[in-house]
Write a protein that binds this ligand. Structure first.
Ligand code: FAD
Length: 481
């Protein structure tokens, strides 16, 4: 493991090149930052440890929430930043930073229109399924509904905009002066060589620490034994530099959990649950309100006997899931059990028949009496499961972490001692403290990509300004710092 550190600028080797803005990491956050800095006219160098720009972003469903967009208006959906911010705060039980939440919600719609109108990305609004915690349809997705397309089109846009890229280079060292300004970065190249690159400002877009088992054991012990399904490069490098810089760190216990197919680790879309699906354990019993949110459900599944559970759904809800490439992969993998009756389903799942039958009966009764069940979930009559049934065995998984460097509404990294901003260090996405409060239950679907894109955009604009360029200000009230 290479040592990560922050050193005095005097210790840096002679720089081989220099850039106005150095962006570390080429996921959604880094690429949005690069686009914003290029829009302002700054020279941008994006440095990525992998040999291509993928990150966790390429593994997503590309579900990027935005409030008040023309895509929503075209479908008659009324939404505002205030409404989105209220949903985020409610999900986090009011424990997320309201200043950053307001900045992200305010910047979310404009960011989608900016990516579309100025940088040529294509979005469609998901208006079929309303995810838990969102009071409006506001997920904007690429046409293929994949993060791979979102990531590729962000990368293509950044290249078109004139950002430079250095691949296969892991940044290990930040070099700062006596005023805590980062003046250069040091990287280790794939061939073992080292380089120093001078900069006027730096954006930390290195993702979270889900790929660092030690950090997960320390900050999120409940997920220490969970399958990790994010990018291996999320090793928490920004955290290590943050500690060295004496930066403020926040909400390190926050994360996005999800459920993945036990055998293949393929994610199973939550659409199935939203459309009336349920989860039962190996005793044939339900154990939670699945509609609270998929993130917290991962730990609930891990607490079940054997650490696994089944998602049970039907052919009707499967039709919606089939729009997602990864559901079709789950289908092809042979993980889906099918049955025409509850008895046959129990047999296919190897769970007690009586227990499963009473789960179905209980749900029917609650729906008929229009009351919530023992876990607080309400079932609509038109969503009650009907044969033919489906079931998939799942395991709780960790997708990405949401804690990190505390930033303000300009994506400036803040000092631990007095909360003041560092002069030229910015962060977003998985590297920064997110908007989900202190644990998994505060994760509102989309909090990952929206903080990557919006904080990335803010970070890029702020970094360009620190480098002496006049960045655009129309996308957020918080951009004139
Ligand atoms: C299966 C899955 C599905 C998901 N679906 C969604 C979704 O639909 N919507 C949503 O909002 N969120 C989703 N998420 C969460 C989302 O992936 C993240 O929140 C988001 O991608 C974070 O973006 P990022 O740019 O911060 O990090 P990343 O995309 O991970 O990019 C960070 C980059 O930094 C590089 N890097 C790290 N350290 C260094 C270093 N020292 N030097 C050089 N390079 C470095 C890494 O290699 C990586 O390429 C999902 C996550 C998973 C795992």
């Amino acid at each position: 493991m290479q040592q990560l550190s922050v050193k005095a600028i005097e210790e840096a080797g002679a720089p081989v090149r220099q850039a106005d803005v150095v962006v570390i990491g080429a996921g959604a956050c880094g690429l949005a930052a690069a686009l914003a800095a290029r829009d302002a006219g700054a020279g941008v160098l994006v440095i990525e440890q992998d040999d291509q720009a993928r990150g966790t972003t390429a593994m997503t469903w590309g579900m990027l929430p935005g409030a008040g967009t023309r895509y929503q208006r075209a479908l008659g959906i009324e939404d505002t930043p205030e409404c989105f911010a209220a949903d985020i705060m409610k999900k986090s039980d009011d424990q997320a930073d309201p200043v950053v939440v307001a900045a992200v919600a305010r910047g979310s719609g404009p960011a989608i229109e900016w990516l579309s109108d100025r940088h040529g990305l294509t979005f469609q609004l998901l208006d079929d399924v309303l995810y838990p915690g969102h009071s409006r349809h506001r997920y904007h997705v690429p046409l293929s509904r994949t993060g791979a397309e979102l990531q590729q089109s962000l990368f293509d846009a950044a290249r078109r905009a004139g950002a430079d890229f250095l691949f296969g280079a892991r940044i290990t060292t930040l070099y700062r002066d006596a005023d805590d300004s980062v003046k250069a970065v040091g990287c280790r190249l794939a061939d073992g060589g080292e380089q120093t690159i001078a900069c006027a400002a730096v954006v930390l877009a290195t993702g979270g620490y889900g790929g660092n088992p030690e950090a997960i054991r320390a900050h999120i012990p409940a997920m220490a034994d969970a399958a990790y399904c994010g990018h291996d490069g999320s090793r928490g490098d920004a955290l290590a530099w943050g500690r060295d810089l004496n930066a403020a760190l926040g909400d390190l216990g926050a994360y996005q959990g999800h459920c993945v197919v036990d055998e293949s680790r393929l994610p199973l879309t939550w659409t199935l649950i939203i459309e009336g699906g349920i989860q039962v354990n190996h005793l044939g019993q339900r154990f939670s309100n699945e509609m609270s949110g998929y993130s917290e459900q991962a730990a609930a599944v891990l607490r079940q006997p054997g650490g696994t559970a089944f998602t049970v759904y039907d052919e009707r809800s499967e039709r919606l899931a089939l729009r997602y490439a990864d559901y079709r992969q789950v289908q092809e993998s042979g993980a889906i059990r099918q049955a025409d009756s509850i008895e046959a389903l129990a047999q296919a799942m190897s769970v007690p028949q009586g227990a499963l039958a009473s789960v179905f009966a209980g749900i029917e009764q609650c729906a008929r009496e229009d009351r919530p069940d023992a876990f607080g979930r309400r079932f609509r009559a038109d969503q009650l499961l009907r044969p033919p049934y489906r079931a998939v065995r799942l395991r709780g998984a960790l997708f990405h972490t949401q804690g990190g460097l505390c930033v303000d509404e300009h994506a400036r990294v803040l000092r631990a001692a007095d909360g003041a901003a560092f002069p030229n260090v910015y962060a977003g996405g998985g590297a920064a403290r997110g908007i989900s409060g202190p644990d998994a239950s505060g994760y509102l679907g989309g909090n990952g990509l929206v903080t990557a894109v919006v904080l990335g955009r803010l970070a890029g604009g702020s970094a360009a300004r620190a480098a002496g360029f006049a960045a655009q200000t129309e996308f957020t009230g918080g951009s004139d710092a």
